[in-house]
Design a binder for this molecule. Sequence first.
Ligand code: KG4
Ligand code: ZN
Length: 315
Amino acid sequence: MPEIAAREHIRSLDAMVRHAMREAEVDHADIAGVGVTAGPGLVGALLAGVNWAKAYAFARGLPLLGVHHMEGHLFGTALDHEGAQPPFIGLLVSGGHTLLLEARAWGRYRLLGQTRDDAAGEAFDKVARRLGLPYPGGPEIQRAAERSATARGAAAGGADGAAGRFRLPRPMLSRRDLPGDPAYYDMSFSGLKTGVARIAEQLEEEGVLADAVDDLAADFQEAVVDVLAEKTRRAVEQTGCRRVVLGGGVARNSRLREGLAERLGSSGELYAPSPRLATDNAAMIAAAAHFRLARGERSPWSLNAEAALAFPGLA
Ligand code: KG4
Ligand code: ZN
């Protein structure tokens, strides 16, 4: 409900900033600049933030820095790990975006691939809803998959991630894909979601869906992990970039972190964010803004919120 979200932002921002400053024991005079998410996202909520940031920065005579939400996720992981520095392969998986990129330096990126339809997190959320699990669906699917693994006698979330009971597609993953084809790195999760929905419908008709939810969730999760891990492995192989930086809310998924580490083996080093910095947060936006501030960048007072803001610094 975008309208309500925007109003809640306006209501909360002042108190939230005061609270954060008190907790960090900083005073207005300690602040060197104001970073704010300028997009992509729901434009009403973004506008509330951008206008608050503008007013504060203007009143205090401080530089204003608009930040791209997904670039922020890369900086979030770097806050957790000193080693998560370019050059690296970035895998960004959130509720709205799924991006695979090569970071040559901070602020200089090459987009390798992205989803052609649903984002990975969106697929988790939609599949969870179809299976009758609450929102947000990602953590619920993970828990269901862990129950399935326990029931199968495998270690929870262990290497044996799939229940193997349902044949689910691996969209855009074929051994015939060649480097240079857009399909080599691009992803698609909408067909997989529909595949799960079709199986769920059949199980429902047979009256056995409730008993199959955990296994179906496990097989769905494994299909997503398989696609993401393989696309990332390809990027490491093709670019010769060893470091892999994972970011975005779906990075909380422990099976994804495991599957990536397994697939990369000794050819890559995986940097995954802690749960608290994987989930949307303001620290990652501050870190991205700090990088741009240190380079002498400033956003103009005409900075606007953009629902579909382009990723910055793409070669
Ligand atoms: O980055 P984020 O916090 O917000 C956006 O920028 O979208 O990502 C939210 C997404 C949701 O789709 C949520 O279901 C997913 O991250 N998510 C997970 C897990 N925890 C959160 N997906 C899979 N497994 C999880 N454990
Ligand atoms: Zn996010």
